[in-house]
Ligand binder design. Sequence first.
Ligand code: GLU
Length: 285
Amino acid sequence: MIRTRFAPSPNGPLHLGHAYAAMIAHDLARDRGGEFLLRIEDIDGERSRAEFVEEFFLDLAWLGLVRDGTWDGEVRFQSRRLESYAAAGERLKAMGLLYPCRCTRAEIAAAATAMGPDGPVYPGTCRHRDVDPDGAAWRLDVTRALDLTGPLEWTDEAAGTQAATPEIFGDVVLLRKDLPASYHLAATLDDAEDGITLVTRGMDLFPASHVHRLLQALLGLPVPVWHHHALLIEPDGRKLAKRRGAPSLGDRRRAGEDGPAIVEALRQGRFPAGISLSAGVDQGA
Ligand code: GLU
């Protein structure tokens, strides 16, 4: 059975771009008789706030994306799964695939010779250094990892089969200095744990799937299919963002707007003035 999820981070209120992402995940599951789960990506302790989570539940119900007021499966909170992320980190350490690094962002920016999807690519400074692991971040030795797995592929429903190239990120951090996890590790483990068969998310996270595919191979996890969708963008081409004043779904809900009508408009490709869909392999579900 197909199972998708919507995985917002509670570091601000949801806006129309989130409604679009949730609608895609919802429709892809429902159209094929599958399940649609909710995951709260709240491991970023400094930025995550419980009041946003409360609002997420109200917003998604108001949009009409929750069947009979009940989510399929248990709602996953990443903050409650830190032990299993840490355990996976230990497995990767035992395989000799992680190494500690204490470099700062500024040091990395100064030493980097290439740009990757997330900015300057870490140049491997600590890979063969003797670094005090206490309070360090742990990076994945991607070259060594790929030597172990051999070439990998993954499939996006719209873009087709992709050769996995996790090396475009350099040696990514899997365990942060302040946390026994990172987005890549937590999202990959949770998608496996929750039996997600179709990972839906925005095109902006397309490159991340290269890393997730590698982690699946290293940890023996099932491999889903992906569906990266186009993003709602502003006239300047940048994606809608709460920090640039995109109205929150909560405000619209409180103003008495019709939630299901908003979703239906998105479904039909009718967007508010000035907002359009980014070019991408996919123009919707
Ligand atoms: N939490 C991420 C976001 O809000 C989504 C991550 C994912 O779907 O893998 O953009």
